[in-house]
Design a protein around this ligand. Structure first.
Ligand SMILES: Nc1ncnc2c1ncn2[C@@H]1O[C@H](COP(=O)(O)OP(=O)(O)O)[C@@H](O)[C@H]1O
Ligand SMILES: [Mg+2]
Length: 353
């Protein structure tokens, strides 16, 4: 039945290999365990969408990779982050600075605070080009103009000497993307890069990033609290909760066949525009709140909010494991069998919680 199994052994080494990463913040009330044993890989050119509610450790885990956790109060409690085979966590700061904005580009939320309001756009785009590529002023300016063209800012030449406040919110985010891509990174990390924008502009930015990906071919980690956003951009989706990965799989599998009750909750809270009237369900929010990460529960962190939780869920953390033999890339951390529970629900409505 599955002829693809024999190909598994010939896969190339991943671009990024995160192994058992842990991050904590010391506070007066005890250590906040923000990231707890996160492991995953990213292939060259792959787009990974990372989703989860606010506070699930999405930002902290990428900040840790880039050496941007404030220490103290933050500390890496364990793990490795192999990028092109070398552990970023073991890099001296001087080396990391070369990687940040060089081989790894990043775009964070809120370009108004990330862009310097007192510097022209040309000067800001030129900065990483000088630091990482050693371009002189003239060459950097030329490249800055190319980059503004690349992110489809009209009349780029005339806009180089303008300041951030002269650009719209969407254009400022395009400038940030231009900066993130300026050194032709192998990996672009975007953290809530479109969250502050309205839905139309958000869609434009996502379409732009997809075009750029085709042109440049970098891998992308796209972080958002909105599962709807990743539908249009990701190859693989990873769902985080309480500093753990609860589910990971090809984007179509995650949407069509979720295995974690948390993923199901996120899906049910999305307005379903793609399936038309017949497929539209009533929206509901996931009841309850995430656990206190100073004192995380011993079992499945989502158990307290999960109507499908079993006694085992409250006692023992489930490992992230293959969801079914039919879908090798689909992983879930759950002791319960969500598809079976949903099927039972459909067969006898009301009989299962
Ligand atoms: N500088 C910090 N000091 C203390 N706690 C922090 C700090 N930064 C983040 N945290 C905590 O780490 C956890 C994960 O945060 P974060 O990664 O920002 O969540 P997300 O990006 O998924 O919304 C949260 O509980 C947050 O309060
Ligand atoms: Mg965040």
């Amino acid at each position: 039945m599955s002829g693809s199994e024999s190909m598994v052994g010939s896969e190339p080494a991943p671009l990024l290999d995160v192994r058992d990463l842990g991050v904590a913040f010391d506070s007066e009330g005890g250590a906040v365990h923000a990231v707890n044993g996160v492991s995953y890989t990213l292939r060259e050119g792959e787009t990974l969408g990372i989703v989860g509610e606010s506070g699930s450790g999405k930002s902290v885990h990428v900040l840790a990779m880039l050496g941007l956790i404030p220490r103290p109060p933050g500390r890496i409690t364990g793990g490795q982050v192999l990028f092109e085979g070398r552990d970023l966590l073991a890099f001296p700061e001087r080396e990391l600075r070369k990687v940040r904005g060089g081989r790894i580009g990043f775009v964070f939320q809120d370009p108004m605070s990330s862009l310097n309001p007192g510097m022209t756009v040309a000067a800001q785009i030129a900065e990483p080009l000088r630091i990482h590529l050693g371009l002189d002023g003239r060459a950097a300016r030329l490249r800055a103009r190319e980059l503004l063209d690349l992110v489809r800012i009209p009349d780029a030449a005339a806009r180089l000497d303008q300041y951030p406040h002269e650009f719209s919110g969407g254009q400022r985010q395009r400038v940030m993307i231009a900066m993130g891509l300026s050194c032709r990174p192998k990996l672009l990390i975007a953290d809530e890069a479109t969250t502050a924008l309205d839905v139309t502009v958000q869609a434009e930015i996502i379409a732009l990033v997809q075009d750029l990906k085709r042109e440049i071919g970098m891998a992308i980690i796209w972080i958002t609290h909105d599962l709807g956003v990743v539908a249009g951009i990701a190859d693989t989706v990873q769902v985080m909760y309480a500093g753990r990965i609860l589910e990971r799989g090809p984007v179509d599998d995650i949407f069509a066949d979720p295995r974690s009750a948390y993923t199901l909750g996120l899906l049910r809270s999305l307005p379903d525009l793609s399936r038309g009237r017949a497929g539209r369900k009533r929206l509901h929010q996931i009841e309850g709140a995430p656990p206190d990460m100073r004192d995380p529960p011993p079992g499945d962190p989502f158990a307290a909010r999960n109507v499908y939780a079993t006694p085992r869920c409250r006692l023992e953390p489930p490992p992230l494991a293959q969801a079914s033999s039919a879908a090798p890339g689909h992983l879930v951390a759950a002791w319960y069998d969500l598809p079976a529970l949903l099927a039972a629900e459909r067969a006898a409505p009301g009989a299962v919680p």
